[in-house]
Design a protein around this ligand. Sequence first.
Ligand SMILES: [Zn+2]
Length: 338
Amino acid sequence: MQGTMLYGPRDIRFEHRPDPTITKPTDAILRLSATCVCGSDLWPYRGIAQLKQPTPMGHEYCGIVEEVGKEVRNIKSGQFVVGSFAASDNTCVICKDGYQSSCVQREFMSTAQASLLRVPLADGTLVATRDLPPKELIPSLLAASDVLGTGWFAADAANVKPGTTAVVVGDGAVGLLAVLSAKQMGAERIIAMSRHEARQKLAREFGATDIVSERGDEGIARIKDLTNGIGADSVCECVGAQESMMQAIRSTRPGGYVSYVGVPHGVELDGEQLFYAEIHLHGGPAPVRRYLPDLINLVLTEKINPGKVFDLTLPLDQVAEGYRAMDERRAIKALLRP
Ligand SMILES: [Zn+2]
């Protein structure tokens, strides 16, 4: 098959790779219907996260099961399935508590920008739909695999509830879908922090009631203005940078909640500042598997349309252009069709 490899900064190659095979009896092999480029792929692409050797890329996927190992019980050949970026058994104590992304048997997926994919722990990782979904819902089902699940976790971990005020820091695909998630969870007011017109527009479509384009002290002052001077109940940090994390913490009212779902790069917290902020902090790699059955159902019943974050669709062999477009912020998110 052909697959995506990152050789070094901004050096994406689509090249011959060995076909994946069943290596453990709990594996499944999928023929992918769609895959995509993640915001987190841009860290190694930009050379900020260092690579030791050429590395296969991709961790968002949905597709048709081609083959399953001998011990796979629930997933069958021919089913359409969605999985998360973290393979999990869904049976250990941590999984049962809803933190499948830290499963004791976790394996991070990293070869999904390809036509075929091996998925470990297939029974625990994959969720099958009853029927083959209509083609037009594939982008939204693909979104459930990571960005929607991560945006949902951002809103959930920030304790968004009916009537609350939520702030979303970050206007990437995850931030935009945190807006959609907060709306689904009944937030009364949703403030999206964004400077880009196209992204502001999509944030409003997904349910944002206010847009704040200022950052830093000015951005925090704007949030205080909008929340009776005290800060928001729930703040979702969807970037992973120092500035965005501090923006989130300082925009939250005492007793409020900050979630953080962007892979952090260079984030350091000051103990004294945290102490007097008196907030709840909850984040990490999103346990997408916890939410997958509900999210798939919301997509199939067309209650949500998270696939709108894909504003660029390319054939998989043009994956390098997908990275370029996202790196240059010409695209929010690139969908790749094998
Ligand atoms: Zn587990």
